[in-house]
Design a protein. Structure first.
Lengths: 309, 306
């Protein structure tokens, strides 16, 4: 793809609030993004900050599990579904021709039916000359909130079988934006991959932590996410998880250096970290003196020093 | 022709490694084509050490384009866009990563300054791994419409299987449950879900099970790294029991696996008698049986694996 327009990059970095945002991403799945996000958030809260953690992996959200939190305060996310009124329809057929998903059918004259996917674009409403389409709301997922003032978790979930994950991420970010002034810092956990959900989740981040592991797969996918960060001019840093794996750390260092990014050699997979993972308690709380907890405390300290006035 | 799809909900539980191992084992006796529909982060070819034979751009996305000579800056396009994809104060700029190509802006524009055009959003690679072909898609950085890219990968894999007379397509799918997963499931005959004995993986498994069952597809579960956490294993087994889901295999954690991966080797071939390799070989046999038992349509002949 060509370079992005300056307006697009500017819009990507704009937030309607002053609270700094740290993104946790990584390209590959299962490299420890959520582990890093949850523990970083807990470590920042331990520094006395009011932290919002936002789980934007709406396909497979796990931050609530790793924090041992019950989600509450559900707000459904909906999208417009057109409902066609045969009484008012003049059978002009314009809605049929503008639906680019080809989801509208006309089994009989003056009778339009929605069959198949609808992304709620509302193009059919724009062309209908007879005002024959009504808006209904179709649920695609929901967003929740949980936790205490020092660490508040926001989570979005796409309903299984549906495809509008990006919209759930967008509504989740809007909810956090509306309450951003209550927090000193926001930590965002993204889905794996480089798709629109990830881009939407990373909007406005001051720093993106790209989590990876020293395997050929980890390096490959890290290169993709670093390319995405570079495209959007996002400042990034690389965090190597599972540093005990036998792969080449120097390969990762080279990828990061090519883009002027630093590399933090993070966590070996030890018993304490696995313990924390399966019991739903951040390692910074469960084993506060473990090397993993120290690593997160160190990162939290540096982030506080740089981003909190 | 049969299509087996490997999914997991959670990423990093071993989909690509398992697909590569199964492809190698099943491929010893049967003609098959491998496909990778994790277009965000395609990894199957890396595990297989596959070599690229051909690569071509895919044009499977539509975006709005504004003719600035015609635009009068009225802002109607921004108002009607339901995807917040039109930004800019004095002139509209399309944020391509958000644009769905729905055409609402083109309808609203009184100056007919906006057109919807097809754009390239990824690449299709055909690769060779030994005697087998791998069809792999990759999304361009900053592009969208990954579901449509998956459609193209699947179509090409079917064509190639037809050309080669292959009776089986084994697909390494994406993590999650969203559009690329749904596109991957379309037309599949059987689904293998990989999980591991942790609360997160089980939660994500439950979500992908709902999606697969929504498509009324037969499915079975592989519990990978089955021995890393006994309580978690119990939870997964109880979940499968309660939902009447077949457990296809339990694969023990193999600390040598990352070393094999780093050397570019497959454990099932480099160390065929390792406990994990034995479990995967037994799984290969069960999958052969499943294809014969559950597969709708034309049955293919799969000899018993050893």
């Amino acid at each position: 793809m060509d370079e992005l327009e300056p307006e697009v990059i500017e819009d990507f970095h704009h937030t309607p609030f002053a609270t700094p945002i740290i993104g946790v991403t990584g390209g590959k799945g299962g490299v420890g993004k959520t582990t890093v996000a949850v523990n970083l958030a807990a470590a920042l809260a331990a520094h006395g900050l009011r932290v919002a953690l936002v789980d934007c992996d709406v396909d497979a959200p796990n931050a609530d599990i790793l924090l041992g939190l019950t989600l509450a305060d559900e707000v459904p996310v909906t999208v417009t579904r057109p409902v066609f009124s045969p009484d008012r329809c003049t059978d002009c057929g314009q809605c049929l021709s503008v639906c680019r998903l080809h989801s509208l059918f006309r089994p009989r004259a003056g009778n339009i039916t929605l069959m198949g996917e609808c992304n709620g674009c509302e193009a059919c409403f724009l062309v209908c000359p007879a005002d024959a389409i009504d808006r209904e709301q179709r649920r695609i997922g929901a967003i929740w909130k949980g936790g205490a003032d020092s660490l508040t978790l926001y989570t979005g979930r796409l309903d299984p079988g549906l495809e509008e994950g990006t919209l759930v991420v967008r509504r989740l970010r809007e909810r956090v934006a509306a309450e951003a002034d209550r927090f000193d810092i926001i930590v965002i956990d993204t889905a794996p991959g480089i798709h629109c959900n990830v881009i939407e989740a990373l909007k406005g981040v001051s720093l993106a932590i790209a989590v990876t592991e020293p395997t050929p797969l980890g390096s490959h996918d890290l290169d993709l996410i670093l390319s995405l960060l570079a495209m959007f001019r996002v400042r990034g840093t690389v965090f190597v998880n599972r540093a005990d794996l036998p792969g080449k750390i120097d390969e990762i260092e080279e990828l990061a250096a090519r883009r002027g990014m630093g590399v933090e050699i993070g966590l070996p997979l030890d018993r304490q970290l696995l313990d924390s993972y399966v019991h739903g308690v951040p390692v910074v709380h469960l084993h506060p003196h473990s090397s993993a907890a120290m690593t997160f405390a160190g990162i939290a300290g540096r982030i506080t020093g740089e981003f909190i006035p | 022709m049969k299509e087996i799809v490997i999914l997991s909900g959670k990423g990093g539980v071993g989909k690509s490694s398992l697909t590569a191992a199964l492809g190698t084992l099943l491929g010893r006796r049967h003609s098959l084509v491998l496909a990778d529909t994790d277009v965000d982060a395609p990894n199957l070819h890396l595990v297989l050490g596959a070599e690229r034979l051909e690569s071509s751009p895919i044009t499977a996305s539509e975006k709005a384009f504004v003719d600035m000579d015609r635009c009068v800056g009225c802002g109607l396009c921004t108002d009607v866009c339901r995807f917040d994809a039109i930004i800019g104060d004095s002139r509209p700029v399309i944020a391509r990563y958000s644009c769905e190509g729905c055409g609402a802006c083109a309808i609203a524009c009184p100056e007919e300054a906006i057109t919807i055009r097809q754009v390239t959003n990824g690449r299709l690679d055909i690769m060779a791994a030994g005697d087998h072909r791998v069809v792999s898609g990759s999304l361009d950085i900053g592009a969208s419409s990954s579901g449509r890219l998956v459609d193209v990968v699947k179509r090409r894999a079917r064509e190639l299987a037809g050309e080669l007379g292959a009776g089986l397509i084994l697909t390494d799918g994406p993590p999650g449950i969203g559009c690329p997963v749904i596109a991957t499931l379309k037309g599949a005959d059987h689904v293998v879900l990989v999980t591991e004995p942790t609360p997160s993986a089980l939660s994500d498994l439950g979500r992908v099970v709902e999606v697969v069952q929504g498509f009324h597809l037969p499915l079975g579960v592989v519990l990978n790294r089955a021995d890393i956490f006994a309580d978690g294993r119990g939870q997964v087994l109880r979940y499968l029991d309660a939902h009447r889901i077949e457990l296809l295999a339990e694969i023990p954690y193999d600390p040598e696996l990352p070393r094999a991966l780093a050397r570019g080797e497959l454990a099932v071939t480099a160390r065929p008698d390792a406990p994990s390799s034995l479990a995967i070989r037994a799984l290969g046999k069960r999958i052969s049986d499943l294809i014969q038992r559950n597969g709708p349509g034309r049955a293919i002949s799969l000899k018993t694996m050893t």
